[in-house]
Design a binder for this molecule. Structure first.
Ligand code: FAD
Length: 582
């Protein structure tokens, strides 16, 4: 039936095309060139309608943060029809948000409209400013509603978007650990709007404290700035705040200097505890010199509109600290929409959504998750040890020489990143060395190894398993990795390139995601920073701050934002930061 329609259309199209060619020839002496050029597109539209069209594969991307944007920037295969849904119509360069809170850098300098980013690509990419509130994996569609940020009168109805592949990159929310009063009384530092609110609030505190009717005690309270969380974001914000107070505001409000204090609260024993000890020690010492009060071992138990209650871990004592502004930066939690989705797909008992090493959400087909909204559920070598042994044991003898593992060695190191980390930590050159290093010496070349000895040789490998940190670096690398998989999706159907599937037959279509750590910075204020670079190389001081400037300028998403941010840094050096409360 379809074939006969097709023949009919083809015949009709041929007659129609010839007729138009005739028309074009007739009119060629009087603007005929226009007529001919008109015929071609019409003909091609007609032909498109007549020929069976191949439906493009629909990819829906939820989120325009680090992971989503990196995916979009690296996706190149034009055979995908891409739809992006996010409540933010821009990408925000989050590492500069602490600078936005005090006006070292302006908010518009760190954002790039997502439409500008995708416009440069020769692909079908559409954007909808909306938020997804439900993922329906049975019917392969996402339910969306207009964003709450919109101030337009009238209601936009909810809508659904179908997908063939879904890329979930919705990030995370700030984690309050259910501490009472945090949501109502503290600022978060997660979004651009948060940074702008903090900036207004700091200046608000100074203007309020300048009013003549306030008591000394009240001035002290209002100008007490509390930062909760001694991780990189809390520390960087405390440092930026200290610089703003001492380099700019104190000059404008000299009589208020004696009332101004910054306190940094951390529940564990040290700030920046994910960094090398030298960096932690330097940061704590520097903050002490700068007059930032660092209180470690203090758990916040309650926040009211004027005071924060702490429990000292060492004494069990509870204290109350009056404050003017508190910024809460204690890590991230799962968004409610992701929690609902996790319940739906049988991951309800987990804290974070799990994917496999190919970033596929466990338990559902065609759904990928990347960035802060998910974590890779890395398989342990011990879970698969019998399958690995059996793949290597081609003749099924139950006893292998070290050399018999040669076929699976690359696949093992590719599939289980902990193997490489273990080899490095033991200063071993290869997997063969690991097998031969077995303490009882039974695995020497030429000697035989059964499954028990194989297990013993690998018994410590899994201790090096660790989950990836929730950082922009991880999110961006995951976005790039997944886009590259999508770009090769069609060719890889026939030519799988990944490691052996140890639990079933064949090979995976792609290599698993492998994170490459490029180092981490901690800006500490007064134009000093600390950096922990690959190979545990530590650098601290003014020169590191210049390294920070150059790395962050190079990482900005566009030349426009690069130009604006560098301009803001220069403006700050010359004119200082602006203290208007707008
Ligand atoms: P995000 O970048 O948070 O993006 C999530 C996206 O999802 C957003 O576009 C959001 O609008 C969208 N979204 C939310 N809800 C929905 C919904 N319902 N439907 C659809 N879309 C939705 N990392 C570093 O590596 N180095 C740093 O120096 C650094 N500094 C930081 C400083 C600050 C102040 C902060 C807050 C974070 C910092 N990070 C840093 C961490 C880094 O920003 C995150 O790890 C990174 O943003 C995670 O990327 P993501 O794409 O998963 O999420």
């Amino acid at each position: 039936m379809r074939g006969s329609y097709y023949t009919f259309y083809q015949k009709a199209y041929t007659a129609f095309r010839d007729h138009h060619k005739l028309l074009a020839v007739c009119t060629i002496s009087g603007g005929g060139l226009v007529a001919y050029s008109d015929v071609r597109p019409f003909g091609s539209v007609y032909a498109d309608a007549a020929q069976p069209t191949t439906k493009k594969t629909k990819v829906v991307v939820l989120g325009t943060g680090w992971a989503g944007t990196s995916f979009l920037k690296n996706l190149k295969d034009p055979s995908f029809d891409v739809e992006v849904v996010s409540p933010s119509n821009y990408f925000a360069f989050t590492p500069l948000l602490p600078s936005v809170t005090v006006g070292t850098v302006e908010a518009r300098s760190v954002v790039e409209p997502i439409r500008t980013i995708v416009q440069k690509k020769d692909m079908d990419i559409r954007f909808k400013e909306a938020e997804c509130y439900k993922i329906d994996t049975v019917n392969q569609k996402v339910h969306c509603k207009s964003t709450q940020n919109s101030n337009i009168a009238g209601k936009a109805d909810d809508f659904t978007v179908d997908y063939d592949y879904l890329v979930v990159a919705m990030g995370a929310r700030a984690n309050t650990f259910n501490t009472p009063g945090v949501v109502e009384n503290a600022h978060f530092l997660k979004e651009v709007e948060d940074a702008l609110r903090i900036r207004r609030s700091i200046i608000d505190c100074f203007e309020r404290a300048s009013l003549p009717s306030l008591s000394e005690e009240e001035k002290q309270r209002i100008l007490h700035f509390v930062v909760v969380g001694g991780g990189p974001t809390g520390v960087e914000f405390a440092a930026e705040l200290h610089d703003f107070l001492h380099e700019d505001l104190i000059k404008l409000y000299p009589s208020l200097q004696k009332y101004t204090t910054v306190t940094l609260l951390e529940a564990s024993d040290h700030i920046l505890n994910m960094f090398d000890k030298r960096i932690t020690a330097f940061a704590e010492e520097k903050f002490k010199r700068d007059g930032i009060q660092v209180k470690t071992g203090s758990m916040v138990v309650k926040v009211t509109d004027k005071a924060i209650s702490l429990k000292e871990r060492s004494t069990g004592e509870t204290k109350s600290l009056p404050f003017g502004m508190v910024v809460w930066s204690t890590g991230i939690g799962t968004r409610p929409v992701i929690m609902d989705f996790m319940k739906q797909i049988g991951q309800g008992n987990r804290r974070v959504m799990a994917t496999d090493e190919w970033l596929r959400v466990e338990g559902v087909p065609n759904v990928y998750a990347l960035g802060d909204c998910a974590t890779i559920n890395q398989r342990s070598v011990m879970e698969d040890i019998a399958a690995i042994f059996s793949k290597a044991d081609k003749n099924k003898t139950g006893k292998l020489n070290v050399g018999d593992f040669s076929d699976v060695i690359n696949d093992i190191t590719e599939r289980y990143p902990q193997v490489e980390l273990h080899l490095k930590s033991q200063k071993l050159k290869s997997f063969v060395d690991l097998l031969q290093s077995n303490k009882d010496g039974t695995a020497k070349q030429g000697t035989q190894m059964d499954i028990e000895k194989f297990k013993a040789a690998l018994s410590e490998v899994d201790s090096k398993m660790k989950s990836l940190p929730p950082t922009a670096q991880v999110a961006a690398q995951q976005g790039e990795y997944l886009a590259k998989c999508f770009n090769r999706m069609k060719e890889c159907d026939e030519n799988p390139e990944g490691p052996i599937r140890f639990r079933d037959s064949g090979r995976h279509r792609f290599k698993p995601f492998r994170y490459k750590h490029l180092g981490q910075f901690a800006p500490l204020g007064s134009d000093q920073a600390a950096a922990q670079l690959p190979g545990d190389w530590v650098s601290i001081g003014h020169s590191t701050q210049w390294l920070w400037y150059s790395v962050y300028a190079s990482k900005l998403v566009s030349w426009r934002t690069r130009f604006l941010v560098v301009g803001d840094w220069g403006r700050r050096y010359i004119f200082g930061r602006d203290s208007s409360r707008i």
